[in-house]
Design a protein around this ligand. Sequence first.
Ligand code: GTP
Ligand code: IMP
Ligand code: MG
Length: 336
Amino acid sequence: MPSAIIVGGFWGDEGKGKIVAYIANTDKPKIIARGGVGPNAGHTVEISGQKFGLRMIPSGFVYKDARLLIGAGVLVNPEVFLREVELLKVADRARVDYRCAIIEPRHCEMDRTQDHLKKIGTTGTGCGPANVDRVCRIAKQAKDIPELKDFLTDVPLEINEALDKGNFVLIEGSQGFGLSLYYGTYPYVTSKDTTASAIASDVGIGPTRVDDVIVVFKCFPTRVGAGPFPTEMPAEEAERLGIVEYGTVTGRRRRVGYWDGKLAKYSAMVNGATQIAITGIDKLDRDCYGVKEWEKLTPKAKKFIEDIEAEIKVPVTLISTGPDMDQIIDLRKEKL
Ligand code: GTP
Ligand code: IMP
Ligand code: MG
């Protein structure tokens, strides 16, 4: 698969970070590029017990030979970017498109204090207000920030040239379908479209160059912040099921719900899914924890997956059985 886009199918936090890290480590892409809104995202990557919470650098950083690019569509907070570059020691390969719009402290301040944004329950990371300035054409760009000088590149040029040479490029989205400005639960959404087409545009590849779209769903969808959640369960029920999660960026407790087949099908359609990844199957059935072979899944888990395939008519190729990068069943060879 020369190019693959990974996106979230529900309300974000589906485990895209983990899926991206696994694919990067296994398929060794030349480039891992990040689309999506900006540092409102929090991707978690766990490798052998070590946990990383990433907001700007692509989750595929674990594969050490890949360029790590941030597409022009993404908002950059220079402080967050530079901190992660330092922490992960990726200064030699992390780059931002020179046209990325910049989040300034005043954007964060507005995001935290404006009444209507507080009602929506935004992450307070300045993304919405920075996108407003971008649309008003008064935002700064990465090329205007001296501290980013050594990190600038032309992301579409790098990606399209890599694709021309037949290299594999992995493209990582953020947030999820239900948070899309266009298709989500407006006004309780983020400040951009979050579907695969938008992610392609964020990094500067045309629709004709996208080979695979992998939509990630979690067995029990979650949502942080306000807004409709048709399959939401009471907090006590989530506790009883042992599903208590907190946001990577905000630390807020995530609302938890049951599988939403209707939303999953619609989301796969709008994203043009060619593959589905399911995370958290260990939360459906504890006996699936850490399993790496389909045969070893419980009948309950197998039926859950088979029902999804029958309903959505897209193959489930990756099944995550725990937070660690290696806790996964990879069926891509058999199913594609
Ligand atoms: P956004 O870009 O913010 O939408 O985040 P994301 O999709 O990368 O997901 P995030 O890392 O915020 O949340 C997923 C959480 O589930 C993390 O804590 C992961 O470590 C964890 N996780 C991922 N896959 C599995 C899994 O199969 N089982 C369990 N138990 N946890 C998982
Ligand atoms: P904003 O993107 O910070 O403006 O927040 C708008 C809505 O999207 C809020 O409900 C946030 O909780 C949600 N949101 C934004 N980014 C993420 C994410 O990465 N994971 C989960 N929810 C998110
Ligand atoms: Mg997250």
